[in-house]
Ligand binder design. Structure first.
Ligand code: WTA
Length: 671
């Protein structure tokens, strides 16, 4: 199946939003980004980026070339320049006399805190870089990081960057199997992990998953991992392999606090981050150093209007996702920001935890996901009303379309009706924000990401790649290369070309449906491929289907993302059981048992985030005559809609059977 199997987005639900919120004159006057920024980028796009790269990033060897697109679609930005990302994020601020500035206000889930200045960070990153070196990690070697949200997580990423070893952070919620495939694909030499982390008030183990992930399995050899560096977080007992496992604190204590950052080429790999695609295997998205850092810093400064001396910034994303890479680590630290780093969940120990932190640290810029906002809406506005949120002056949203109701609630209840909201569209692949209002310039509209940032060229096109007129809908594309763009899929250039560059000649195809409103503003309409978006996390239908059919009792599976009020989408699976197990789905108890068994299996194969909300045992799946599963029809069923046009089905009675079986099924338990 081609990677880009697409269906045109529905234009039925076109929004007619007339509300607009221009920036206050006071905000506009002080904003970093002024209207001239668009003009400068328009006048000479490449020179504009070169200027950003010179102003926001420190180069040990200045670049003379801006963009080399001769190897398209693999771009080279600032290729003859050299720099070090960790030096930019840490050392240069200390050299500028800002060593005492707080870089991180760490807040652990149990309430323990730690204040880390830029000078502290320099020492710790230097020690960690020396420790990695003494464990045999060299420039170009890959390091997998599998950690909760800790100071050490930021330090580990920067230590890798400091020695030129690309990191690959794997979200701590992924299972041992998911971790194993990522370690194997990246051929990692070392893994950094922790004994465990705190989750909802209790310690939860992490290291056993690493032990399992790197051991030999089912005839597959052990992975390439030589050492496991273990942060002590919870103090729980861990199994220990002498010679392989090393305590983080011991390695760092033994290491020198001086380390000379390794200057690397602008195109040296900075990280690989795995993300779900439309086929089973996650893609290792490759980002390099100079262009990525430039756009990370540029967007962070202008989209959030960062004033490094006075702002307290907080991005709630986990470092396991790209938002954590660009807007917890590289963007804010390169800009010398002070930020909050929080280990836990919004509702532990109480549902006002986030707002308590905003009050405590006087957070002025908050960046979070629509699913979190909708959850807080559900809990009720009296909870945030109990805290002083008056320090907030800019609010950001990312990860999925934000519905106008949630947008209005965010602005009114959290932003005191004054803080501008920036709805930022981007992807793991784009590396940094691409489409967003500028808070001092744009009159914001609830629900729309609106305009490409200065320096970015985006469009909405129809099936034939023609730009649609205002009021029209189609596919979101990016027409010109941008500095933070992915440089490929790790080890698979062909897949990179097929996935992003083959749908429309010469255009980057993002996989999102979009429309332009009457003003030409862009509205994102969700994915048009088989990628789901659950609580702002990307999940692949095929990946979950593969996990389901890897269970002994499953013959066939089809997965869809059904609309969900809180999480955006929810995973719903339809499974056909193997002949000898077919009876198990016949009774409600049997079906419930199958559902729980398979949910647990998906959690083991991929991780708890991928667990289907509902799993329905069916006798048949709707297929076209050519054998393609018609997910559109299953989505209708999952969303309790009348099933749409089923005339292309090989057997049209299938949908009646499925709908009949459905009424007795119950959703799985929430967790
Ligand atoms: C979706 C997260 C609408 C989109 C940074 C994209 C959004 C995918 C928005 C990338 C937004 C992200 N409005 N949709 N503001 N931001 N998306 O790689 O479908 O985890 O393709 O990157 O999230 O998800 P990823």
């Amino acid at each position: 199946m081609p990677e880009n199997e697409t269906t045109a987005p529905s234009l039925e639900n076109l929004l007619h939003e007339t509300r607009a919120f221009p920036p206050s004159p006071a905000f506009a006057a002080q904003a970093n980004a002024q209207p001239e920024l668009y003009e400068a980028a328009e006048a000479d796009r490449l020179e504009f980026w070169a200027q950003q790269a010179r102003e926001l990033v420190t180069w040990s060897t200045p670049f003379t070339q801006t963009l080399d697109w001769s190897g398209a679609p693999v771009a080279k930005w600032f290729a003859d320049g050299k720099l070090n990302a960790a030096y930019n994020a840490v050392d240069r601020h200390v050299e500028a006399g800002l060593g005492d500035r707080v870089a991180l206000h760490f807040e652990g889930e149990p309430g323990d805190t730690r204040t880390v200045t830029y000078a502290d960070l320099q020492q710790e990153v230097s020690r960690a870089a020396n420790a990695l070196t003494s464990l045999g990690v060299e420039k170009g070697d890959r390091v997998v990081i599998y950690l909760p949200m800790l100071v050490e997580s930021v330090v580990a990423m920067l230590a890798c960057a400091r020695i030129g070893a690309p990191h690959s952070v794997v979200f701590g919620g992924f299972s041992a199997d998911a971790l194993r495939s990522r370690i194997a694909d990246a051929e990692a030499k070392l893994v950094v992990t922790a004994d465990g982390g705190y989750r909802r008030g209790a310690p939860s183990a992490l290291k056993p998953a690493v032990d399992e992930a790197i051991a030999p399995k089912d005839g597959e050899p052990a992975t390439t991992v030589e050492h496991v560096l273990v942060v002590r977080r919870t103090g729980q007992d861990v199994a220990w392999t002498e010679g392989r496992d090393v305590w983080w604190h011991e390695a760092l204590e033994a290491a020198d606090t001086f380390h000379e950052p390794v200057a690397v080429d602008a195109e040296h790999p900075l990280f690989i981050l795995y993300t779900s695609g439309t086929t089973g295997k996650p893609k290792g998205i490759l980002h390099t150093t100079g262009g990525y850092l430039t756009q990370a810093a540029y967007t962070h400064k202008n989209v959030f209007d960062l004033k490094a001396e006075t702002d307290v910034y907080w991005c709630t994303a986990d470092i396991g996702w790209v938002t954590g890479h660009t807007y917890v680590v590289y963007g804010p630290l390169t800009n010398g920001a002070t930020q909050v780093l929080y280990e836990g969940t919004p509702d532990t120990p109480h549902r006002g935890r986030w707002w308590e932190l905003v009050e405590k640290y006087k957070v002025s810029i908050l960046y979070t996901a629509p699913t979190a906002i909708r959850t807080c809406m559900k809990w009720g506005e009296d909870i945030p009303a109990g805290f002083d949120l008056s320090s907030l002056r800019v609010l950001g949203s990312v990860g999925e379309p934000i519905n106008p109701e949630a947008w209005m609630w965010y602005r009114r209840v959290i932003g005191g009706d004054t803080a501008p909201i920036v709805d930022t569209w981007w992807q793991t692949e784009t590396g940094a924000i691409m489409i967003s209002p500028l808070p001092g310039v744009t009159a914001t509209k609830p629900g729309s990401a609106q305009v490409a940032l200065p320096g970015i060229v985006a469009d909405v096109v129809d099936d034939e790649a023609h730009s649609v007129p205002d009021g029209g809908g189609g596919y979101l594309v990016l027409s010109e290369p941008w500095p933070a763009m992915l440089r490929g899929i790790w080890g698979d250039l062909q897949r990179f070309k097929d996935t992003y560059w083959s749908r429309f000649e010469g255009l980057y195809f993002a996989g999102d449906g979009a429309k332009k409103d009457e003003d030409g503003d862009i509205w994102l309409l969700g994915r048009v491929d088989d990628v789901m978006n659950v609580s702002g996390h990307r999940l692949s239908t095929t990946e979950i289907e593969s996990a389901l059919v890897s269970h002994d009792i499953v013959a066939e599976a089809a997965v869809v993302g059904a609309n969900d009020e809180t999480t955006g989408q929810a995973v719903v699976a339809f499974v056909i059981l193997r002949g000898e197990h077919a009876d198990r789905g016949a009774t409600p108890e049997g079906a419930a048992q199958v559902q729980e068994e398979l949910r647990a299996h998906v959690a083991k194969e991929i991780g708890p985030i991928a667990k289907p909300r509902r799993i329905l045992v069916v006798a048949e799946l709707p297929k076209t005559r050519s054998g393609k599963i018609m997910r559109r029809l299953l989505r209708d069923v999952a969303e309790n809609r009348t099933v749409g046009d089923a005339t292309t089905l090989a057997d049209s009675s299938v949908m009646d059977l499925i709908a009949a079986g459905l009424s007795s099924a119950k959703p799985g338990s929430e967790d």
